[in-house]
Design a protein around this ligand. Structure first.
Ligand code: FES
Length: 181
């Protein structure tokens, strides 16, 4: 071992590994942010850019952002987990949000959630192995008058019953396969 090894030597390796974990334009953006007197004020903007590329924030990417922006790793993961719009796992092509808010719950939202879990074979926060569906619970989707409600991507499905779930999943995939007229 070279006793003269310095933290600068190590930093080159750390920097190279961190840069390799991120898209090049994000690396460039972080370099710009570093010119800011308070680079960590740009943390959310940086994380948004990373997620735009990969659809979610992998732990290696969070570490890389911490290294390059020179922000503590705990702060980066704290921000990534705090905001609901950041995702820490790969997301399915179809994001299902089941409302478990009060208005939906009293109309049987728990049974809808149970049927979705059964049909998809996943729990909340998970994605099917074919990458098609991700399942999430929502507190209220803002359409209480249509309870019970679920959303698949941007589309609201009102007054859903558990028995409608299999057909709803099939229709969602089939609609995507149907060529536009
Ligand atoms: S409680 Fe379900 S939409 Fe408001």
């Amino acid at each position: 071992m070279n006793p003269a090894a310095t933290s600068t030597d190590n930093w080159s390796e750390v920097q190279a590994a961190a840069e390799a974990a991120l898209p090049p334009d994000v690396v460039t953006f972080i370099a710009e942010c570093r010119k800011d007197p308070q680079p960590e004020s740009q943390l959310i903007a940086v994380l948004h850019r990373v997620q735009e590329h990969t659809g979610y924030l992998a732990s290696a990417q969070l570490d890389a952002v911490a290294q390059l922006l020179r922000v503590p790793a705990a702060k980066v993961s704290g921000v990534a987990t705090f905001y609901h719009y950041f995702h820490l796992h790969p997301r399915g092509r179809y994001m299902i949000n089941v409302c478990l808010g009060t208005a939906c719950y009293v109309k049987g939202a728990d049974k809808i959630a149970a049927r979705l879990k059964e049909e998809l074979g996943i729990d909340f926060g998970q994605t099917t192995t074919d990458g098609l569906f991700s399942l999430h619970a929502a507190a209220c989707l803002g359409t209480c008058g249509l309870a019970p409600v679920l959303m698949i991507n941007d589309k609201v499905h009102p007054r859903v019953t558990p028995d409608q779930i299999p057909a709803l999943l099939e229709q969602t995939v089939a609609a995507d396969r149907t060529p536009a007229a």
